[in-house]
Ligand binder design. Structure first.
Ligand SMILES: [Zn+2]
Length: 323
């Protein structure tokens, strides 16, 4: 009897704690009260009380330029001085959909602009990735691998030479054309891979935009934000891109610490889960409906992305083999 009672109590306490957490997630960042002391604006001479001049907009707390001041101004540009960068990132981790909703509803001041944040996160990601890449290269015996590859290649070319001897000139010509087109296909693919490796977060953003357009048509009449603009949904996608960029960077650090190889990619199941949480908090559909929307968006996105890349690659290959 006693055990049952204490179990019940525990459940109740956990439920209360969860509800308090949910409440905190839904609450926008509070704003400090207005300063009551009177200030004379150093720019236009207006007397006022508050943080900013109501006539020209200059900040009330203008101090003389000092080293501390100057470095704070520099840091503020990137959201590090007033901690808006850290707030944006941490809120994207613990209340992502609600935070994005707040931003769309006009709570802009507490957060760093999405594209600035994306820029910073992309830079941190690239630094981490380059760092992990050089560590990975130290760990594996790459030179040995390369030798093995070149051995395999010479073996291959001997085999092709032997088979070429048995072919007519006509056959050889068409064979060469196909080989060349395959080569150019390979080069193109490699160029894309190289670009993606350097600009992973921006490459991801392109995919996010395609995914976002699909999701927009499913979500634009959402209960929490009916009459959603495409631009609003686009900004929401940028925030989600930042969120996943941060998580993948943390994931890379974890992999590095555990001595594993780093590929700089989020597992598909995790990104699916994140989209689910984001969309549920932001758009307010029920569990099943949100799941359905994310799943359908994934399927349509994969179909569109595959066909676009196939069309582009085939078109470029054909063009290259003609030219
Ligand atoms: Zn003024």
């Amino acid at each position: 009897m006693n055990i049952r009672q204490s179990f019940k109590n525990l459940c109740q306490r956990l439920r209360q704690r969860y509800q308090r957490f949910k409440q905190a997630q839904r609450t926008p960042v509070p704003c400090a009260p207005r300063q009551q002391a009177e200030v004379v604006c150093k720019n236009c001479g207006e007397t006022f009380s508050g943080s900013y001049c109501p006539r020209c907009g200059q900040i009330a707390s203008v101090a003389r330029l000092s080293l501390v001041n100057m470095s704070r101004t520099f840091l503020n540009t990137w959201g590090a001085g007033d901690s808006s960068l850290f707030r944006t990132i941490s809120h994207l981790l613990w209340r992502p959909g609600y935070m994005i909703g707040d931003y769309l509803d006009g709570h802009r001041r507490p957060y760093l602009q999405p594209f600035k944040t994306l820029f910073v996160v992309s830079a941190i990601f690239t630094l981490t990735y380059t760092f992990s890449d050089s560590i990975g290269r130290l760990r594996t015996d790459e030179p040995e691998k390369e030798i093995n590859l070149s051995v395999a290649r010479t073996g291959q070319s001997e085999a092709t030479a032997a088979s070429e001897a048995n072919m007519s000139a006509e056959e050889l010509k068409s064979e060469k054309a196909i080989e060349e087109s395959i080569d150019s296909f390979e080069n193109l693919f490699q160029a894309y891979v190289a670009w993606e490796k350097e600009n992973r977060v921006w490459g991801e953003l392109i995919q996010f935009v395609i995914f976002g357009i699909v999701a927009y048509y499913l979500l634009r009449r959402a209960p929490r934000r009916p009459g959603l603009y495409m631009a609003e949904h686009f900004v929401a996608q940028v925030f989600m891109c930042i969120q996943m960029g941060v998580i993948v960077t943390l994931y890379m650090w974890l992999q590095l610490l555990m001595g594993k190889m780093v590929d700089g990619k989020l597992p598909v199941t995790l990104s699916f889960l994140l989209f689910y949480v984001n969309y549920r908090q932001l758009y307010g559909y029920g569990r099943l409906k949100t799941l359905f929307h994310v799943a359908i968006s994934f399927v349509i996105f994969i179909a569109i992305f595959t066909s676009i890349s196939l069309i582009v690659l085939v078109a470029l290959t054909v063009k290259n083999s003609i030219g």
